[in-house]
Every structure is written in structure tokens, then in C-alpha cells.
Design a protein around this ligand. Structure first.
Ligand SMILES: Cc1cc2nc3c(=O)[nH]c(=O)nc-3n(C[C@H](O)[C@H](O)[C@H](O)COP(=O)(O)O)c2cc1C
Length: 186
């Protein structure tokens, strides 16, 4: 059975390193796994409980439907001012409702942080790794922070260094196998 993984970049910047890393990782997925890189941030309105009623804003409906349908999710996290960029936090807020019955409950999720600084978006990763289990998601894999990512991706093609490719292949492989095991148990 093919595992369907969603890769979400927390950056909407055209030249985003996180988005480039998401695409590079998609190409490293194991057999029987599809990884779709999706921009689910750009069109989301600012979370407002008054908007969180039927009919939902189209972008929020799309986010929840895609997350619910995915076998696993990998989040690529930038860092702004020692935390998630606002649009990325907004996505988490939309995904996290309705309370206790939302699209992240029981969902295998991996987190990768990357930044041109040596910190590798460690605070964003730390936040997500804290909050995802609290929301009921199944956090998959160890902490992954990629510092100086701008030196590890080919500026022309976005291709990762051999070491980074191996790290991303291992990360997406573990997410796919965890998702497959969960699907078999269901
Ligand atoms: C408003 C702002 C705040 C930033 N704060 C941080 C930070 O706290 N830590 C960090 O490592 N990089 C920080 N950066 C640099 C980003 O890591 C860098 O712009 C990175 O390329 C963003 O990710 P992206 O390439 O996926 O868009 C900041 C950049 C901006 C524009």
C-alpha cells in the first residue's frame, strides 16, 4: 500500500531553504511512498474562532482535509525571532481544532528545522516537538536541526549534500515505515 506523506514548509518565500529541503526530501522517499510538498500557509486567514464555523474558509477546509487524508506529515520549520514564523503557527492553530477531534490526533508527524544560522531553527523545532504530542500527534524521529543549510543545498538545483541527503532519507524512511505500521494495525 502506498503511503501518502505531506511535506509542509513553514516558509512562503520563493527562495526558501526549507521549501527546497522539502522538495529534496520528497525525491528521497522510499518505494511505495509519495511525498507531496504543499503550500498550505499562504491563503489561510488569521485564525479566528468566529471564522471556525461552517462553511469554513476554503484554505482552512483544504488544510484539514489534506492533513486528515495523509498517512504522515513532515513539517519543515524556519525560525523567526527564536520561534515559528507567524504564518506557520497560524497553520498549527487551524489544524488544532476542533479540540481533541482534529486532523493531527494520532497522526505520525516528523519535524525538520533548517536555517542559515548555526542554530538550525532549534527553537522552532523545540516548540513543535513539545506541542505536537500535547495535541495528540505521534511525533516520529529524533530532533533534526540543519544549521548553515545555505551551504548544504546546491544554489542552482537545490540538491542536498550527500550527508544531508542521507539524513533526510533516514528521516522520511522512518516516517513512512511508522505510517505503514500504523495503517496495518488499523
Ligand atoms: C524576521 C526574521 C527573523 C529571523 N529570526 C531568526 C532566528 O531567530 N533564528 C534563525 O536561525 N534565523 C532567523 N532568521 C533568518 C532565517 O532563518 C532565514 O531568513 C531563513 O532563510 C528563513 O527560512 P527560509 O529560507 O525557509 O525562508 C530570521 C529572518 C527573519 C526575516
Amino acid at each position: 500500500m502506498t503511503m501518502r506523506i505531506l511535506a509542509v514548509s513553514g516558509s512562503i518565500r520563493a527562495g526558501s531553504f526549507n521549501t527546497a529541503l522539502a522538495h529534496a526530501t520528497a525525491a528521497l522517499a522510499p518505494a511505495d511512498t509519495t511525498v507531496e510538498v504543499v503550500d498550505l500557509i499562504r491563503e489561510l486567514p488569521h485564525y479566528d474562532p468566529d471564522l471556525d464555523v461552517e462553511p469554513l474558509p476554503a484554505a482552512a477546509e483544504d488544510l484539514r482535509r489534506r492533513f486528515a487524508a495523509a498517512d504522515g506529515i513532515v513539517l519543515f520549520a524556519p525560525e523567526y525571532n527564536f520561534g515559528l514564523p507567524g504564518g506557520f503557527k497560524n497553520l498549527i492553530d487551524w489544524a488544532s481544532r476542533p479540540y481533541g477531534k482534529h486532523c493531527l490526533v494520532g497522526k505520525p508527524v516528523s519535524v525538520v528545522g533548517s536555517s542559515p544560522s548555526s542554530g538550525g531553527a532549534a527553537q522552532s523545532v523545540s516548540y513543535l516537538r513539545t506541542v505536537l504530542p500535547l495535541l495528540g500527534a505521534e511525533l516520529v524521529g529524533d530532533e533534526v536541526t540543519i544549521g548553515k543549510v545555505n551551504t548544504l543545498l546546491d544554489p542552482e538545483t537545490g540538491a542536498p549534500s550527500a550527508e544531508l541527503a542521507a539524513q533526510m532519507a533516514a528521516m522520511i524512511g522512518l516516517l513512512a515505515s511508522t505510517a505503514a505500521a500504523k495503517t496495518e494495525l488499523a
